[in-house]
Design a protein around this ligand. Sequence first.
Ligand SMILES: NC(=O)c1ccc[n+]([C@@H]2O[C@H](COP(=O)([O-])OP(=O)(O)OC[C@H]3O[C@@H](n4cnc5c(N)ncnc54)[C@H](OP(=O)(O)O)[C@@H]3O)[C@@H](O)[C@H]2O)c1
Length: 326
Amino acid sequence: MEIESTPLQDPGSGEIQVQVKACGINFADISVRLGLYAAAKNLYPLCPGLEFSGMVAQTGPGVEEFQPGDRVFGVSRFGAYSTVVNTVSDHLWHLPENWDFSRGAAFPVAYLTAYYALHHVGHLHPDDRVLVHSAAGGVGTALLHLLRANGNLSAGVVGRHEKVPYAREAGASLVIDKEKQQLWEAAEQWSPEGYDLILDANGASTLKASYNHLTPGGRLLIYGFASMFSPTGKKNYLKLMWYYFKTPRFNPFHLTGTNRTVSGFNLIYLFDKKTFFREIMERLLRLDRENKLPEMPLKSYPFEEVAAAHKALESGKTVGKLVLLT
Ligand SMILES: NC(=O)c1ccc[n+]([C@@H]2O[C@H](COP(=O)([O-])OP(=O)(O)OC[C@H]3O[C@@H](n4cnc5c(N)ncnc54)[C@H](OP(=O)(O)O)[C@@H]3O)[C@@H](O)[C@H]2O)c1
């Protein structure tokens, strides 16, 4: 990645120009950087970044909801690793008074993803037993917060021992530590009848076993493929190919015979469904006002140290969210 200066465009009709104070880092940004993100195909050279917070600098014609000086946060279909962003009001929200810019920048992607996964795709019921992989990460923590808010019992799986207290703090009823425990033995011991909902963004490393641990009526939600990546910062073609072929294909006869559902989604392809984003965010902000969403663990990096932040996320060692401060 390189930091470049580009001419500033005035906000167009219906647009708001935001002076960015912080931007959130997502695993998808790594995929974008490596040229592996399908939604970014043909967009290179590309400024990555899916979420930001900052101050409204100026507004274009027709904007009434926002005024210069307002503190805001928002999502963008790429381009958030910038000091200035022009966006539309449907993808922008006022920052709650008690939030700082880091919290605002780290909030939308993880919580919109988690809410959509649980309530829209997963049809979560308060009695459901849920298993969350990578439970101490950005989306994982948001999932655990929302599950606790909904009264669900959940097993949170983490890849490293030092993440255990984070998953517990976020609300996991049981934390499975893959470094010290055999994942599926521990999962079976806690819930011998299986899981009603399993959230898996690992891909090939766990998908097949996740599927095999669903209850009748259980749903497997696939929303990422992190295990295909390598911690070197580069594409490992051999690993990518191997994991691609190892990724299970689900048999319709088996699905019907065992009453299982397998769903996949990527929020980026729903970006134009503006009312949908607004509705989910309203529910999330209500939960926050009711004090049901604790703060996510955050680590911030100066904007210029974006490469270090990517390295940290690729290492698989991080907890919560990483943000860049401009
Ligand atoms: N579909 C969507 O709309 C959507 C939206 C947002 C995020 N996502 C996906 O959700 C997942 C989590 O995203 P996030 O931004 O919140 O990241 P994150 O969970 O904070 O970090 C990724 C975690 O994945 C696990 N992991 C497994 N294999 C890995 C590998 N080979 N290299 C690095 N990490 C590996 C690690 O946790 P453990 O070792 O503890 O498991 C790591 O901490 C990603 O797969 C992302 O692409 C999807």
